[in-house]
Design a protein around this ligand. Structure first.
Ligand code: PDD
Length: 279
């Protein structure tokens, strides 16, 4: 079988040959940021928005690297396989230091890794189960850091219980999913928590808000209490790899009438059209 190439520090090579040092700070400390960028028909979706978030994250962790949009496109585009729904995983670590030390050298050469994988078809029509869990993460959730131990433990707990996602609750309010943002529909209004350091500023989230505004679907950014979440007529999870996933069962209880709701049907239709035309 022809093995797909990945990108590592200026080279395209088979996955099995892509190796990094054990002293890489991404490996030792999770000292790195990442992006997940979908591509449809070979076109990177909302690339400028993903790049902006990447640059914001690099700045937040004091990792100075300034590639232009063209330079990033030159690196990433050769990884895409035309025709299918793919996503690029891009990770930038602070690089390799001489020794293990929490404080970082100011002059490391960053490690840049990227690979392309298929996006698995999302079976949104059926709805999924979710559970609520205490949001035990840190206070810098707006940074798309690879330091994801809390997120993976939370997602695994959900999977152990037969659910697709954990919806995280911080002091009585829903923040986001372990790897997704959340939306609810209450009295016909679409609500998602505001952008703070408690959530990742999801690109899918931004696209949905844009589509709602452009199509006269009432939308607002506001806090969502646990009670509001439980009583909402619709609950959705959104991410680049799962698009818009309706939750029909939360903590073993039905959301609304337990069926996928009409606002999801409308928004999913808009999103499917949008992703074919926007780059
Ligand atoms: N995760 N919140 C968290 C904590 C996430 O990890 C993600 C996405 C999102 C949604 O962001 P976006 O719409 O830009 O994908 C929100 C990706 C898909 C991942 O870690 O694989």
């Amino acid at each position: 079988m022809h093995e797909k190439n990945v990108y590592l520090n200026g080279e395209y090579l088979p996955l099995a040959e892509a190796k990094i040092s054990v002293l890489d700070r991404g490996f030792l400390f999770g000292d790195s940021v990442y992006e997940v960028i979908p591509a449809y028909r070979g076109n990177l979706f909302c690339f400028a928005m993903h790049l902006q978030r990447l640059n914001d994250g690099l700045k937040a962790i004091r990792l100075p690297i300034s590639y232009t949009t063209e330079q990033w496109l030159d690196i990433l585009q050769p990884l895409l396989i035309e025709g299918d729904a793919q996503y690029i995983y891009l990770q930038i670590t602070r690089g390799v230091a001489d020794k293990r030390d929490h404080s970082f050298p100011l002059s490391c050469t960053p490690t840049i890794f990227a690979m392309c994988n298929p996006i698995m078809p999302v079976l949104g029509e059926q709805g999924v189960q979710a559970i609520t869990l205490d949001d035990v993460r840190w206070k810098l959730c707006h940074i798309k850091a690879t330091t994801l131990l809390a997120n993976i433990l939370l997602r695994q707990k959900a999977v152990d219980e037969g659910a697709a996602e954990a919806i995280l609750i911080n002091e009585g309010y829903a923040t986001e999913g372990a790897a997704s943002n959340i939306f609810v529909v209450i009295d016909g209004v679409l609500i998602t928590p505001p952008k703070t350091n408690e959530i990742l500023s999801g690109i899918t989230r931004d696209v949905i808000i844009h589509l709602a505004k452009a199509n006269h679907i009432p939308v607002t950014e506001d806090v969502i209490s646990l009670e509001a979440l439980q009583q909402a007529s619709e609950v959705w999870l959104t991410s680049s790899t799962r698009e818009i996933l309706p939750v029909t069962i939360l903590d073993h209880e039905p959301i609304g009438n337990g069926q996928v709701g009409p606002v999801w049907q409308a928004m999913n239709g808009l999103f499917q059209e949008y992703k074919q035309v926007v780059v």
